[in-house]
Structures are given as C-alpha cells and as structure tokens.
Design a protein around this ligand. Structure first.
Ligand code: HEM
Length: 256
C-alpha cells in the first residue's frame, strides 16, 4: 500500500457529506479548508464519539478518524492550483462527448497535474486544475504536463469552466475532432508511424509520461503517452493517414 501524504481535497473533504455540511453550518463549514483546520481538535473528538449523530448515519469508522489525525500530524497538507501556458484550455466536442485539455509546466518533475471534476450543480461542467507537489520537494526543473478530462455533454452545452491559480475561465466548446485516442503501449507506435513516412523529431518527458513530435509532409503532430493510453494530436488533414498507420496496434480501436 502506498504511503503518501494526506491531502485535504483528495482525502479529507470527501469524508463529509452534504447533510454533514448543512447540519453543522451553524458552527463551521465542513467544506472549507481553513475552517476545518481551525476546528480540527473538536472534529477529531466528536467524530470518534458521536458525530455524525446516529440518526444521521452514525460516527466515523476508526480508519476515517485515523486518516483525519494523520492529516493533522502531517501539517494540514492540501493541493495547489496549477496554471497552463498562454494557449489556455481547449474543449472539443465529438458527438455527445467533450474533451477538455490544458498544458503548461509544473515547477519540478515530481509533480502530478490533473483536471478534477467538481460535481455539476447543472451545466456547464466545472473543473479545477490541481497540482500536487512532490514530498520531499525536488529541485526546480520546469516540466511539461498535459491534463485531460473527457465527459458526456449534450449538444446544447457550449462551454465548460476551469478554475486554476489564475482564476476562473469559461472555455468555449468547439466542434472539432478530439485527439486520436487508443489504449496501448508507446513502443510499437514509432515504427508504425515511420511506416507511413513520419519522421520522429524528438521525445520530451512530461509529467506522468512523454510527448513525441513527428513530421509528416510539411505538418507536425504530437503523440502523448501516459503509460497506458495514447493521444495523437494532429492537424485534420493528417488524421486518416495516421489512423491507417496505427490501426493494427491500437488495441481498443478508434474512439473518434
Ligand atoms: C462528519 C460530520 C460531522 C462533524 C465532523 C461534526 C462535528 C461536530 C462538532 C465538532 C460539534 C461541536 C461544535 C461546537 O460545540 O462548537 C458538533 C456539534 C453538533 N452537531 Fe455535528 N458534526 C457532524 C455531523 C452532524 C450531523 C449530520 C448533524 C445532524 C443533525 C450534527 C448535529 C450537531 C448538533 C445538533 C450539535 C450540537 C450539540 C452537540 O454538541 O452535541 N452534526 N458537531
């Protein structure tokens, strides 16, 4: 089992339900990092004894109290909000599915970066760009990341919002092909692409994977791998040629 730091947004906030928050709002906001931190000792005492009350589901199991205690002992860690580069976010629609992506650089190579979906209280969807710093910290070395989220979305929805360190962004959804996506390993991709005449210009490590740049004719395209799936981001005129080249190795078949 992985030993890893406890983070408020991932491991603590989900322990409290909407009814917990509503019933305790007279005392503090159980979904607010600062207020939970301020009231940590009272919460530890009461969740081990009689909170939530029995008619509302009953007190926490010992493991939940223990992880809450560990969060306190480790210094109330939480996630950082990330930022993307000047290209911003893109949201592309393919049928009833929308893919949201953003890329940029994390401060060092040990980070994780992802787009976290916030429960939609209606449409449009809301995401948060989280960065999780490494513990212990690693030397500064800006490292590329690409964060991606795909979600079902009716055609009437025309935007998605993302909150990051720079603020709240309303990202318009454009109708365009999402990346060519398939499940598989990167190893057979390069020879398959060379088989259709693509030249490999180089590979760069990114957080959680790598990105390879290729040239086919006069156009360039990128191949992202996160270790278990591949996304190929290519100009529209190259897509069919690339797909023919990789079809045999793409286990799960074309998604778009
Ligand atoms: C994980 C969920 C919950 C936590 C961490 C929690 C925590 C606490 C804490 C720390 C207090 C003492 C506050 C103070 O005196 O300033 C308290 C009191 C109280 N809580 Fe909760 N609570 C939770 C869920 C609930 C729920 C679902 C109800 C439903 C009615 C509830 C009802 C009350 C009431 C009525 C009091 C005041 C009476 C008393 O202190 O026993 N709580 N709770």
């Amino acid at each position: 089992m992985a030993t890893r730091p406890v983070r408020y947004e991932i491991h603590i906030r989900p322990l409290t339900r909407l009814i917990d928050r509503d019933n305790m709002s007279w005392a503090f906001d159980l979904w607010d990092y600062d207020q939970v931190k301020t009231n940590v000792d009272a919460i530890l005492l009461r969740t081990a004894a009689d909170m939530p009350p029995l008619p509302y589901g009953g007190p926490w199991p010992a493991e939940w109290v223990a992880i809450f205690q560990r969060w306190k002992d480790e210094g109330f860690l939480r996630l950082d909000l990330g930022t993307v580069d000047t290209t911003g976010y893109t949201a592309t629609r393919t049928g009833d599915s929308v893919t949201l992506t953003g890329r940029g650089k994390t401060p060092s190579s040990g980070y994780r970066a992802w787009l976290e979906g916030v429960l939609p209280e209606g449409q449009p969807r809301e995401y948060i760009l989280y960065w999780e710093p490494p513990v212990p910290a690693t030397p500064a070395a800006p490292t590329l990341f690409r964060a991606k989220a795909t979600f079902p979305s009716p055609a009437t929805v025309t935007s998605v919002t993302v909150t990051d360190a720079a603020g709240r962004h309303v990202v318009p959804i454009v109708v365009a092909p999402a990346p060519i996506a398939f499940v598989g390993s990167l190893a057979p991709v390069q020879p398959a692409l060379e088989g259709i005449g693509a030249t490999h210009l180089g590979t760069t490590p990114i957080i959680g994977g790598s990105v390879g740049r290729y040239r086919l004719g006069t156009a360039d395209f990128d191949v992202f791998s996160d270790g278990h799936s591949i996304d190929i981001v290519a100009p529209p005129e190259l897509r069919d040629t690339i797909w023919k080249g990789i079809a045999l190795i793409a286990k799960a078949g074309r998604k778009n």
